[in-house]
Design a protein around this ligand. Structure first.
Ligand SMILES: [Zn+2]
Length: 291
């Protein structure tokens, strides 16, 4: 089996569009370590805090222990864990991983393939990013995971191409205005600072339809993909209670949006579908919303 197929297998059990990025995050982190220091074992004590940060920032809203992927990725033939007692993981419990001085590394077959095949690391990383995270998050995520995208020459996946007309259709539907703040802007006749955001992420079968799109300015797009902002069933803007901003601009750009109706598309064009809003609310939005 091809390595990309084997990496794809780790998503198998995620059903119904539920996000399960724990193992992909560990793998991206391990690939970053591999870039820097080869396949030297990564002590759990060194990885714990960094994994925790990654899970907190890019995992789903519910808390997940870094012990979970560190232990469970061993079932996929991609990752090995050993302790002072010998090979084998002691389990997912933090205390056990700490006390047994567990350390993990990529499976030697995978490490060999990565060394022999230039570009494989980039392809695996690209696959993991595309399959699990909204594109606006890829760069920051790699930075936090310690993965050097330029060295890895990450090449876009050609298998599943996006519809290039999605952006134009969504921007036109919203009359080239941010659906949250009404920002609009043009530079020499070309629209600037506006994106077409997927409500249900493309990685989770979100279609390239206006009914799954929102025209958002760059800052609101980022905050929407990070779960700071969301939509209610009535298409009002939700702001996470976990977001804190003390400046006037944070108040103006974020906090003041809570409860305001999102802009509707032009008459006759599709509003965002309820199912997609529900997916975003459960999988991305950082509950609870502000009152
Ligand atoms: Zn905006």
């Amino acid at each position: 089996m091809d390595w990309i197929e084997r990496v794809a297998e780790i998503r198998r059990w995620s059903r119904g569009g539920e996000r399960a990025p724990h193992k992909p995050l560990l793998l991206l982190y391990a690939l970053g370590r591999f870039q820097r220091q080869g396949n030297r074992p990564i002590p759990f004590s060194a990885a714990e805090a960094e994994l925790k940060k990654l899970l907190k920032e890019y995992g789903p809203s519910r808390d997940t222990s870094p012990g979970y992927p560190f232990h469970h990725l061993t079932n996929d033939g991609l990752w090995l864990v050993e302790t002072v007692h010998g090979p084998g993981s002691p389990g997912a419990e933090l205390s056990r991983l700490r006390e047994s001085q567990a350390a993990g590394r990529l499976h030697p077959d995978l490490a060999r393939a990565l060394s022999e095949e230039p570009g494989l690391l980039g392809r695996i990383a690209r696959y993991l990013l595309d399959a699990n995270f909204a594109p606006s998050l890829h760069q920051d995520l790699c930075l936090l995971a310690g993965l050097d995208l330029e060295t890895a020459e990450i090449i876009p996946d050609v298998k599943k191409r996006r519809d290039p007309r999605f952006r134009d259709r969504v921007l036109m539907a919203y009359e080239y205005c941010c659906a949250f703040c009404s920002y609009d802007g043009w530079l020499d006749g070309a629209v600037v600072g506006l994106d077409a955001a997927h409500v249900r992420w493309w990685a989770f079968d979100g279609p390239d339809d206006v009914a799954n799109g929102l025209c958002l300015c760059a800052i609101h797009h980022k905050l929407f993909d990070k779960g700071v902002l969301g939509l209610t069933g009535e298409r009002a803007i939700a702001v996470s209670a976990r977001f804190v901003g003390r400046s006037q601009s944070a108040r103006d750009m974020v906090l003041s949006l809570a409860g305001r109706p999102a802009r509707s598309p032009q008459p006759g064009l599709d509003e965002v579908e309820r199912d997609h809003i529900d997916w975003h609310r459960h999988q991305v939005f950082r509950t609870p919303p502000r009152g």
